[in-house]
Design a protein. Sequence first.
Length: 413
Amino acid sequence: MKKNITHESLIKKEGQELIFDNLTNPRVVSEFIDILNETLNSYNKNLILNFKNVKGAFPNVSVPIAGIIENISLRGIGFEFYYLSEFLKKLSIKTPLRVQENKDLAQKASLGKIWRFDSADDIYLLINSFVDELSQIIVCEKGVLEGFEWSINEVLDNVLQHSSRSFGYVMGQVHPKTKHFVFCVYDTGQGIYNSLLSSSVHKPKNPVDALKLAVKEGVTRDKKIGQGNGLWGLHQIVSENTGILNIISNSACYNLTNNELKTFDCVSQLPYDNGCIVDFQIDYSKEISISKALGGYEPVNLKLESLEDNAGNIKIDLHSKESGVGTRKSGEKIRNELINIYKQSNKNITLDFANINIISSSFADELIGKLVTEFGFYGFNNIFKLKNMNTSVQSIVQRSVAQRMMESFNGKG
Ligand SMILES: Nc1ncnc2c1ncn2[C@@H]1O[C@H](COP(=O)(O)OP(=O)(O)OP(=O)(O)O)[C@@H](O)[C@H]1O
Ligand SMILES: [Mg+2]
């Protein structure tokens, strides 16, 4: 006998009030779309969104929900928000943050927020911030940051190139416990099926077919504009990392998890453009061979190049670091950045202390002390060179390194 699997609703509807159970299960998005379809056809077009039960939010749920709210508001549905916790306010679920109006925030704390990008300049600023922030808060294995930067560029650019809209939404989030980061990009445009159907030599038979075609090498709606590398490359990078990729567009869903592919064609849709969701998860503890993923192509790492001196060595000017040299947090950020730079480049790194009069002991411990324990005394000396330290800074560093080494020697490090 065929078993009917019924799920309990994740959005409870009481009159015009919608009580969200969570913002972590992607089923919330389809339930929300179903309710909006009913609302569009009903007399009362005002809804109350109640988030009292929401404890956390994942990008693949909150980004499409925020984008849908913003766009469907323009089509006559009114929203009121109940129980917007500090966390949800910070996320900007109600009105995604505009990059141009929040440049400072974008540069300092781009993760964990829903952004709306409206131009190539916005994309450039956001991506730089994402990469900087990731490299300061987590240590990524070789190829991860480069693979991510390449992929997110392609996905965001696709929105401007193909969606038929001039804007989209994006959010990134780090899950340190499982050593993953996740990014979701959403646009409210024509969708992949329509874009390939209307203007390409590829004639997809249905929305699922369109997604399968779009991730193939060389498939583009127009050879004069693109080469069909973007989604193929993203797919290769995620697959090389055994990560997760979801593409949802029109009524179709394409899911790659641990290199197993699943597709289905029954996603809820709004009566107008449904756009496209691209959502991917990378395991940052797993190395990615970019040249293997991209068939021999190795993107130039402009950021690393800009740090190199004439001899090809990397030089970090500590005086120019915005976070300063006084706090443990700043020491940790710079340490992570240095480990990431070393993992990506495998090159010697000079730390220049010029123009620094004094540093705090906690900064010294977090940066130098912990680097010495991480790489070992010999390894540290082989990789790092300390330059232009005055005598006060020297004695602070000496003390914190000695303490740190003693601790690790005693097994407490
Ligand atoms: N956000 C989107 N909205 C609508 N269609 C899209 C979107 N993203 C991708 N597509 C469709 O999928 C096709 C393949 O995308 P892909 O990024 O692989 O190649 P491309 O953008 O055409 O070329 P390249 O990435 O090499 O510049 C696009 O040509 C377009 O038809
Ligand atoms: Mg592309």
